[in-house]
Design a protein around this ligand. Structure first.
Ligand SMILES: O=C(O)C[C@H](O)C(=O)O
Ligand code: SF4
Length: 515
């Protein structure tokens, strides 16, 4: 097994940087469905461009490389302790090389371990089997989509859909509701794995297990095959669209599994995965540790380089539904008040990252830089330091903004911040603050970490490194950083509008379908 560590390293790099063929095909299908000239089409083009860049740069597709989770099947007699050690070593190496973001945080002290190891991290689950090879599957599921997982205990009342009972039709309602409640926050269009039955933990386990099924396989259980088909046909009618911008592509895959339950419990557990669906697998020779075969290689590959030739540029959008406006911070109140929901902005100049730890900190501390008229970017990048001590951005897409909802408005007012960039939108409190103070919310394309890294021309400084790489305040000089105004200073919010209209659409699915 002397090659096992190298094989695991290769698996980690491949999973983080290259989407599997089945996922690429699903994204290509979504692109075909989307209407030209729309923000959703532009978002999908950015996503496709990003996938291509990650391939070419062998760099993370998304900066959030998730909680590495390995599922391993081994022949009897294989030494699992040694395998664990090799996996941990490969994780450390991949982190050092910028293929994984240091993502393991002490839950009590907030300290980032820096090498992706920690209590319970990575997750490694073994199972024995009678085959003569080792099967290793890896999923890198990021935090934004993980936060949109949901578990239903039947019977229950669901907004828009009414009562969900303990039957196939109740399950149908839960799944539609799960897609609705995620909105764009888990970087739609997404994939869902559903687990019916079990208890709270085994139900989620089963749901996540479904994410290892190939996107275009066929469920062997007839009722579930029908349900999967129904969900795929109808969830896309909710109109949530890519990034929650509204549009035709909301769901890219639905896989449902079932297990027994105990009489008092009936759980439907849904694991939501963003479009950056990073899961891969290999077959391993138990003698040498070499990779014998890569999994998920069936079917046609999609050449996204070709797709890109037809890409919606910001210029094409100008002919479509949006104005394109160039911004150079510091921004004045007057400038910001001119922006309207739907405008596309291109930023050149300085932006400053700030996410969870920074927002909490700024509430009762001074800012390390003058933020007056400036732009805060909700982002936890992957960074590498070279021998001369200079920092380089390896991946830098937006993080889910709603987590900063309790702080954002106050911070904008306290420091004179005029714009925040993030994804998934923010709530009523921030919208009110944007109106009072004169500010905008700019939605970047979630997961497009290579695309945005490319817009960052230099790292000019960093503060609060004690919070760890993802949570520090990075000073970034950007050029043509493109985002969409989705909340403005006039009380408009695209997120509120899409949520409202998708709830109305959800209500169309109230009547029973599976009797
Ligand atoms: O942690 C991040 O960088 C992003 C996260 O996965 C999110 O979707 O909010
Ligand atoms: S930022 Fe979006 S694409 Fe990246 S892990 Fe989070 S949910 Fe997934």
């Amino acid at each position: 097994m002397e090659k096992f560590q190298q094989s695991m390293y290769d698996l980690i790099v491949e999973t983080s940087t290259k989407l599997p063929k089945d996922v690429r095909r699903a994204i290509a299908r979504a692109k075909v469905r989307e209407n030209a000239g729309t923000r959703a089409a532009m978002a999908l083009d950015t996503i496709v461009g990003n996938i291509q860049m990650a391939d070419e740069n062998v760099s993370p597709i998304c900066q959030d490389t998730g909680l590495p989770t390995f599922k391993i099947k081994v022949p009897v007699g294989v030494n699992q302790i040694e395998m664990k050690q090799a996996i941990r070593a490969a994780i450390v190496e991949a982190t050092k090389n910028g293929k994984l973001r240091p993502n393991s945080v002490d839950s009590l002290t907030g300290k980032n371990s820096g090498d992706n190891l920690g209590e319970g991290v990575p997750v490694i689950k073994f199972e024995q089997w009678e085959n003569d090879y080792i099967d290793v599957r890896l999923i890198l599921k990021g935090g934004g989509c993980e936060n949109k997982n949901i578990q239903y205990s039947l019977p229950c009342e669901l907004e828009g859909l009414g009562r969900a009972g303990r039957d196939l039709d109740g399950i149908r309602k839960c799944i539609l509701h799960a897609v609705y409640q995620a909105q764009g926050q888990g970087c739609s269009a997404g994939f869902i794995g559903v687990g019916i039955g079990g208890d709270r933990s085994s139900g989620y386990e089963l749901a996540k297990e479904q994410l290892f099924r190939p996107v275009d396989d066929v469920n062997p259980i007839e009722e579930l095959r029908q349900l999967e088909e129904y969900i795929m046909d109808n969830a896309n009618k909710l109109g949530i669209g890519t990034m929650g911008f509204g549009g035709e592509s909301t769901l890219l895959g639905c896989k449902i599994g079932v297990m027994h339950r105990i009489p008092a419990s009936f759980f439907v557990s849904v694991a939501y995965n963003c479009w950056a669906f990073r899961r891969m697998g290999v077959k391993i020779d138990p003698q040498t540790g070499d990779i014998i075969e890569w999994l998920y290689q069936d079917g046609e590959d999609v050449d996204f380089a070709k797709e890109l030739e037809k890409a919606e540029t910001a210029a094409a959008l100008e002919q479509g539904e949006s104005r394109v406006i160039d911004l150079v911070p510091p921004l004045s109140e007057e400038q910001v008040r001119k922006l309207r929901v739907g405008d596309v902005v291109r930023i050149s100049g300085m932006i400053y990252t700030g996410r969870d730890a920074i927002h909490k900190y700024l509430m009762d501390h001074d800012a390390p830089v003058d933020l007056n008229g400036q732009i805060i970017y909700h982002c936890g990048p992957v960074m590498l330091k070279d021998e001369d001590g200079r920092w380089h951005v390896k991946a830098a897409g937006p993080t889910t903004s709603i987590r900063e909802e309790p702080y954002q408005g106050d911070i904008m007012k306290k420091f004179g911040v005029r714009a925040v960039i993030g994804k998934g939108g923010m709530g009523a409190k921030t919208l009110q603050a944007l109106k009072e103070h004169g500010g905008v919310y700019l939605n970047a394309i979630g997961g497009a970490a290579q695309y945005y890294a490319d817009c960052i021309k230099s790292v000019e400084g960093v503060d609060l490194m004690e919070f760890g790489i993802p949570e520090a305040m990075w000073h970034l000089r950007v050029e043509n950083f493109t985002a969409v105004v989705t909340m403005d200073s006039h009380g408009n919010s695209l997120h509120e509008d899409v949520e409202k209209s998708s709830l109305e659409k959800l209500a169309q699915f109230k009547e029973p379908v599976f009797k």
